[in-house]
Design a protein around this ligand. Structure first.
Ligand code: 13P
Length: 329
């Protein structure tokens, strides 16, 4: 098996999932503001060191997505660079490589993700520093008259170009087309837009000759808009999401690792669990940011003395999601 195929398979191995800890400085600062902690490169490193040194994290977590700053930091109080420390625990280090979502056109509500300039060089450097996979997030906003075909195509093309460059640099690309679930739309609209988005993404991946056995897909689940009056049940979400994926995702893809996207921590577990009660062509797991970290972040509160409890909260969410990857939660 090629290195890419075996890394992709490890990322989505049954019982394991991915911890997304790649919040940009801006996003991390917003999260820290919510708990009243000043966001500095030291405080960000303290927090992330607490997460990554959780004892036994490797039982549930196959890989961690890092942001550039974290990739170059050391675990607090040690001489271990964070990617090397993770590798020593048998956790694959990954790196967010897009440079954010920007207006598709001036004044437009729709976004396109940037980051292709100089990407090859950056990927080579990250590989040398220990990265084994990368992430690029495309954002599709659902609203009145949007998304446009132009927006979906531009984002799908970006994902495909990024994915090919990653594979050329021996990094497994996490391909993340996120249809946002903010708004009053129904689960049917969510299905329709996710369907169209995934269809275009796989068309582009194939046109760019991306090796589908060497990627991990990170999609949104098909949910009712968060402000929709009629919220679909857990069973309906699982059924609609799997139907949409089965329609669009070729069986060569080794795994699907969902983003949590702002759903509650408990629903993120239940939806994943429900999907894993059924047989699927790919391993179905998690690549959660908020749904794994929210409890831990609140408990940490910027205080080193809370490290044990912070780690306990992360491990408890990670374990529950691990069980959910087997339908055993
Ligand atoms: P959430 O699980 O918080 O949506 O974050 C996952 C992620 O990596 C988004 O790019």
């Amino acid at each position: 098996m090629s290195e890419l195929h075996s890394i992709a398979a490890r990322m989505v191995a049954k019982g394991k999932g991915i911890l997304a800890a790649d919040e940009s400085t801006g996003t991390c600062t917003k999260r820290f503001e919510s708990i009243g902690v000043e966001s500095t490169s030291e405080s960000r490193c303290d927090y992330r060191s607490a997460l990554f040194t959780s004892p036994g994290l490797e039982s549930y977590i196959s890989g961690v997505i890092l942001y550039d700053e974290t990739f170059r930091q050391k675990i607090v109080g040690t001489n271990h660079l964070i990617p090397e420390y993770l590798q020593s625990k048998d956790i694959l280090p990954g790196i967010k490589v897009d440079t954010g979502a920007h207006p598709l056109k001036e004044g437009s509500e729709e976004k396109n993700t940037t980051g292709l300039d100089g990407l090859s060089e950056r990927l080579g450097e990250y590989y040398a520093l220990g990265a084994r996979f990368a992430k690029w997030r495309a954002v599709i906003t659902l609203g009145d008259g949007i998304p446009s075909d132009e927006c979906i195509l531009a984002n799908a093309e970006g994902l495909a170009k990024y994915a090919l460059l990653c594979q050329q640099a021996n990094l497994v690309p996490i391909v993340e087309p996120e249809v946002l679930m903010d708004g009053t739309h129904t689960i049917e609209s969510s299905f329709e837009v996710t369907d169209k988005t995934l269809n275009t993404v796989f068309e582009q991946l194939e046109q760019h000759h991306v090796d589908l056995k060497g990627i991990v897909l990170k999609p949104n689940m098909v949910l009712s808009g968060y402000d929709c009056d009629n919220q679909a049940s857990i069973e309906e979400v699982a059924q609609q999401t799997l139907e949409c994926l089965t329609k669009n995702v070729p069986s060569e893809v080794p795994g699907i690792a969902f983003l949590s996207g702002g759903q509650s921590n408990d629903l993120a577990i239940s939806h994943l669990n429900e999907m894993n009660k059924k047989d699927t062509d790919w391993n179905v797991t998690f690549s959660y940011g908020r749904a794994l970290q929210q409890d831990a972040l609140k408990i940490w509160a910027g205080n080193l003395e809370n490290t044990n409890a912070t780690q306990g909260a992360l491990l408890s969410r990670a374990k529950a999601n691990s069980l959910a990857t087997k339908g055993n939660f």
